[in-house]
Ligand binder design. Structure first.
Ligand code: GDP
Ligand code: MG
Length: 197
């Protein structure tokens, strides 16, 4: 099943042939309302969502061909799930542990969400100390130019400080969304390839 394959692939000690481990979990983090679900839905396209009832997960699996090579990403839009319930902390701890890559989203129209993004980066570093996990900082809602509160330069600067990639997207216009997910795939491959040599 998808789930068992997913947990299997996170096992970095598993040294099966290279093609077999090209399944990765990508976790979307960020404040409510920044556009995580919108980005996940664009990624999912017309595909059915693979909702896991037990964990209240929303995850979307799709295979991308990037630079002539196929990679399957399971995009997890789980961060706010069960926010009202006591399980919240558990869900968030779980998210911090299971990702093979992270997308930290803020809205360029909401400075507080930009500050939260920094917090999340710190939390993530704490949770996964020794690991060099791919992280992409995403400034979403780039279409709302008149409401902009965070400049491109600030976003880029933050990514430099936090040693991660940066992209501005507009889920509303589908702008840079494909590029975002392709970028994640490339980041994952860079780390995989440097491990092999
Ligand atoms: P989430 O809480 O992070 O999952 O955010 P949602 O995906 O639910 O989006 C919150 C609201 O922002 C919704 O009304 C979306 O339609 C809107 N939204 C999301 N992305 C964009 C965007 O790129 N541009 C604009 N203008 N609105 C967006
Ligand atoms: Mg959402």
């Amino acid at each position: 099943t998808i789930r068992s394959r997913a947990s299997w692939s996170s096992d970095s000690e598993d040294s099966d042939s290279s093609g077999a481990d090209s399944l990765y979990r990508v976790v979307l983090l960020g404040d409510p309302g920044v556009g995580k679900s919108s980005l996940a839905n664009i990624y999912a396209g017309t595909q059915e969502k693979d909702a896991n009832e037990h964990r209240g997960e929303e995850s979307y699996e799709r295979t991308l061909t990037v630079d002539g090579e196929e990679t399957t990403l399971i995009v997890m839009d789980t961060w706010e799930t069960e926010k009202q319930e006591q399980a919240e902390n558990w869900v968030q701890d779980y998210c911090m542990q299971v990702g093979n890559a992270y997308v930290i989203v803020y809205s360029i129209t909401d400075r507080a969400s930009f500050e939260s993004a920094s917090e999340l980066r710190i939390q993530l570093r704490r949770a996964r100390q020794a690991e060099n996990i791919p992280i992409i900082l995403v400034g979403n809602k780039s279409d709302l130019v008149r409401c902009r509160e965070v400049s491109v330069e600030e976003g880029r600067g933050c990514a430099v400080v936090f040693d991660c990639k940066f992209i501005e997207t507009s889920a509303a216009l589908h702008h840079n969304v494909q590029e975002l997910f392709e970028g994640i795939v490339r980041q994952i491959r860079l780390r995989r390839d440097s491990k092999e040599t």
